[in-house]
Design a protein around this ligand. Structure first.
Ligand code: AHG
Ligand code: MN
Ligand code: MN
Length: 333
C-alpha cells in the first residue's frame, strides 16, 4: 500500500488551491515542532522533563517544565520561516513578535503548547492545540487586536495528541484529516481521511465534581443521561473524563459523544474554564468540519468576537444532536 505522508498531503492541498505555499510551510513547521514535543513528552523522567517549572503563566497557573519546553519549541520553530506575522500562546502574556532580523509573512499562529499538563506527571495523554488566522492588512507589527477575530476566520486548525501513538489532526477547511507519527521514519503518515463525528453516541465527558456549581440546563441534560434506560432518553450512557481536552475531543471525534466544560459558579467570574482562541476555536472548527457542533450553550463558538487574547468561554461540543439538545435546554431557560 502506498503510504501518503503529511508532506505529500499538503502538496496536494496546495495544488488543489486549498492552501498557499506559506500556509503549507507553516503547517510543516508546526508538524516538525510537534515531533520534537512528542520526543520530549515520551522520554518523560529519562529526560528530566517532568515536574514543575517553578513559574506561573499569565493566567496564574503553575507551569510544568513541559509547558515551558513545548512553548519554546513552537516559538523557535516558527520564528524564522517567513510565513508568520506574529504568534500568541497560552504561556505568553502578550503577542510574540517575529524577531526583526527574520522576514515576516501573512499568518498569525496561536497555540496551547501543552494541553492537559496536569496529566504529564501521571503519564496520561496530553496534546498541543493550534489555530491559524490571517494577519489583517494595515501595516505595522500585529497587535492583540489583530488576533481578535472570530473562529470562523480560521484558515487552519489542529491538534496533536501524545498518546500511545502520536497523531496530528488537521483541517484547512476541507474536512478533518489525521496523521500518525511513524517514529522510526520520523514522518506523519496519513491514516484517517475525512474523519466524521458519529451521530449516534452513548458517551459524555464532563468534570462531574463541578455538578453542584452547574446551571439548570446542564443539570437537566446530565441528569437525563444519568437516568439511563429508565429515564427520558430510554438508554444508558457512559461517562469519560481524561482532563486533557485534546484526548477527550479526540475520543469524541473518533467514536462520537459530547464534551462539556460549561459555565458554572466556580468559573463564572473568568467567563469559563477553557480558552477561546487556542482551545475552543480550533476544536470547534475541527468538530464542525467533522459534521459535529460546538456552542457555549447559547451561541456558536465560531461566531464569538473575542475581546481579549486569553479570554475564557464555556464549551459544549461533539455529536450534533446532543449539542443541539443541550443548547436547546439553555435557550428555553
Ligand atoms: P491546560 O493544561 O492547557 O491548562 O488545559 C487544561 C484544560 C483542558 O485540557 C481540560 O479539559 C481541563 O483543563 C480540565 O479541567 P479540570 O481539571 O477542571 O477537569
Ligand atoms: Mn489546554
Ligand atoms: Mn496548556
Amino acid at each position: 500500500m502506498r503510504r501518503v505522508t503529511l508532506t505529500q498531503f499538503l502538496i496536494e492541498q496546495q495544488r488543489a488551491g486549498r492552501v498557499s505555499a506559506d500556509l503549507r510551510l507553516l503547517l510543516e513547521v508546526v508538524a516538525r515542532a510537534v515531533k520534537a514535543i512528542s520526543v520530549n513528552v515520551s522520554k518523560g523522567a529519562l529526560a528530566g522533563v517532568l515536574g514543575e517549572a517553578g513559574t506561573d503563566n499569565v493566567q496564574g497557573e503553575a507551569q510544568k517544565k513541559l509547558d515551558v519546553i513545548a512553548n519554546e519549541i513552537l516559538l523557535l520553530a516558527n520564528e524564522w520561516g517567513g510565513h508568520l506575522a506574529a504568534m500568541a500562546s497560552e504561556e505568553v502574556e502578550t503577542v510574540h513578535q517575529i524577531p526583526f532580523d527574520y522576514p515576516k509573512g501573512g499568518y498569525l499562529l496561536l497555540f496551547d503548547p501543552l494541553d492537559g499538563s496536569s496529566n504529564i506527571d501521571v503519564n496520561i495523554s496530553v496534546g498541543t492545540i493550534f489555530s491559524v488566522l490571517r494577519n489583517p492588512p494595515g501595516g505595522g507589527d500585529p497587535t492583540e487586536q489583530s488576533f481578535l477575530q472570530p473562529g470562523r476566520e480560521q484558515v487552519a486548525a489542529g491538534y496533536a495528541v501524545y498518546g500511545p501513538s502520536t497523531q496530528l489532526v488537521l483541517t484547512v477547511g476541507n474536512g478533518v484529516h489525521a496523521f500518525t507519527l511513524d517514529r522510526e521514519m520520523g514522518s506523519f503518515i496519513y491514516t484517517h481521511p475525512f474523519m466524521t463525528v458519529p451521530e449516534e453516541t452513548q458517551e459524555f465527558a464532563i468534570n462531574a465534581s463541578n455538578a453542584r456549581h452547574w446551571e439548570e440546563p446542564v443539570k437537566r441534560y446530565i441528569g437525563e443521561l444519568q437516568e439511563g434506560k429508565g429515564g427520558p432518553r430510554g438508554r444508558d450512557f457512559n461517562m469519560r473524563w481524561v482532563a486533557s481536552m485534546v484526548a477527550d475531543v479526540h475520543r469524541v471525534l473518533t467514536r462520537g459523544g459530547i464534551f462539556m466544560y460549561p459555565i458554572d459558579e466556580k468559573c463564572r467570574a473568568q467567563g469559563g474554564k477553557l480558552r477561546l482562541m487556542y482551545e475552543a476555536n480550533p476544536m470547534a472548527m475541527l468538530i464542525e468540519q467533522a459534521g459535529g457542533a460546538a456552542t457555549t450553550g447559547r451561541e456558536h463558538i465560531l461566531d464569538i468576537i473575542p475581546s481579549k487574547l486569553h479570554q475564557r468561554i464555556p464549551v459544549i461540543l461533539g455529536s450534533k444532536s446532543e449539542v443541539d439538545r443541550v443548547t436547546g435546554y439553555h435557550l428555553e431557560g
